[in-house]
Design a protein around this ligand. Structure first.
Ligand SMILES: [Zn+2]
Length: 119
């Protein structure tokens, strides 16, 4: 019983890890033959051949795929904003050490040419 939850968790973790990138779609495509093989293995091992098992397995796989597609379609989080303390200008990637909007010194200890705020 735990296998089914573990399987869904692994698939959703993989899809979330590669969200909005092509490997996520590969993970989703791989779930279909793996799930079909799993159902066939259960049928063979337990000598079960009824319609209920097929319906439950199909619903389970459909649930995994639908949630997986929803996870894939969620946009990746944009970079964390590092606002200037005076004017709220986003300082991510700033290498000058001063805010270009208001001129406030960001971090006096930063060497010239290095990012003042690290993502
Ligand atoms: Zn500023």
């Amino acid at each position: 019983m735990y296998f089914f939850a573990l399987y869904a968790g692994i698939i959703w973790f993989g899809v979330n890890y590669f969200r909005r990138r092509w490997p996520a779609y590969v993970v989703l495509l791989v779930t279909i033959p793996v799930a079909l093989a799993g159902v066939q293995l259960i049928r063979t091992l337990l000598h079960i051949d009824n319609m209920i098992l097929s319906i439950v397995a199909t619903a389970y796989e459909a649930l995994i795929l639908m949630v997986g597609v929803m996870i894939v379609l969620v946009p990746r989080r944009p970079h964390a904003m590092q606002p200037c303390h005076r004017c709220r200008y986003d300082l991510v990637g700033n290498t000058s050490g001063t805010c270009p909007e208001c001129g406030r010194l960001i971090n006096p200890g930063v060497e010239p040419g290095r990012p003042a705020v690290v993502e």
